[in-house]
Design a binder for this molecule. Sequence first.
Ligand SMILES: [Zn+2]
Ligand SMILES: [Zn+2]
Length: 436
Amino acid sequence: MGVLCSVIKFENLHELRRLCHWGPIIALGVIAICSTMAMIDSVLWYWPLHTTGGSVNFIMLINWTVMILYNYFNAMFIGPGYVPLDWKPEKSQDSMYLQYCKVCQAYKAPRSHHCRKCNRCVMKMDHHCPWINNCCGYQNHASFILFLLLAPLGCIHAAFIFVMTMYTQLYNRISFGWSTVKIDMSAARRDPLPVVPFGLSAFAASLFALGLALGTTVAVGMLFFIQMKVILRNKTSIESWIEEKAKDRIQYYQTGEVFIFPYDMGSRWKNFKQVFTWSGVPEGDGLEWPIKEGCHQYSLTIEQLKQKADKRVRSVRYRAMEDYSGACCPLNKGIKTFFTTPCTEEPRIELHKGDLILVTRGLKHWMYGDKILNSAAEESYPLDIEQSPFQEKYSKDYLTVLGGTRVRGWFPRKCVEKCLYDVEADQEIEGEKKNR
Ligand SMILES: [Zn+2]
Ligand SMILES: [Zn+2]
């Protein structure tokens, strides 16, 4: 009884709510359709009980489904791991190197970020993934990547079965006349084996499942390569952006500092082992991280604080060079922009040539930022706005708030160009520099 109670904790039941979201519903729907159709088609194409090949094929199929679902639910329910509420660094004087999260009432441990959707500070946050309706971070990075690897492999197997089934089923039914091709779409009569009759609807269903499987292979496969890069470099998507801003900041002030990203252990294998272990539990505690020689335990958080203090560089200003309609997958902005549209619910913003945007984060082909609505908005605004701390880190006091409205969202990087600051602003910065 005690065991049962500890398994079905209130917390766990609460976690089941994660399933009620479009992401998991679609993802599980695709898994269900592809694996069910693959099993039905296998029965038709390669009856599992008659030959070894057939049995192996069928067992493999079940194996993919089980492993995909296992890693999917692990990624979803184990979660990324949250920074404990009230967390403080062991040595109290170290707190000067860290940012404080007002929502969690805790210091932000190195590599952690506050997620607006999860409403907690997430350890080694990479991104909030709508498909698992949870963040991808410290604890679930391995299962997340295994899911991204297994899903395309399973889909390729399923796609092969769909093609073979349709081919073998059609083979005996196509008759070539003098100038006509006739396909007998009724259930097979000659073949004694099929348990499931293969008619027109079965053909249509197989074709639909084939499309789903191929689409999933491409989309999820791309995500797999992106995430593998994150693991092998030991640098999350958020950290890549912090590093980009660090280079910008150092170049602007010409301080001669060299920013070395502290968590890349220098060897891909070491980085890989930090996430993938035999026990399934990643190395460390998610709060303290092994660092490169010559770096400080708080190298990255100190850089984050510098960026925070440095209003100028924090807001990288861009100017729109061409119009953008605000479409999710714009057709006229190049094939890369089309295919790399950010997989989030966040809005896209319409751009007109000449618009100014304060960019707060970016991907290779897309950027996210606030549109500066008019010249008055170019001044920085004080911070009396309620803000999610994730934003606070990047954009808190240069928000363009005009009567409470903000235009914020994604747009293709291709449409904008980085602004060089105008003379007036530069003089102001010169003054700031002298005061240092
Ligand atoms: Zn927080
Ligand atoms: Zn999240």
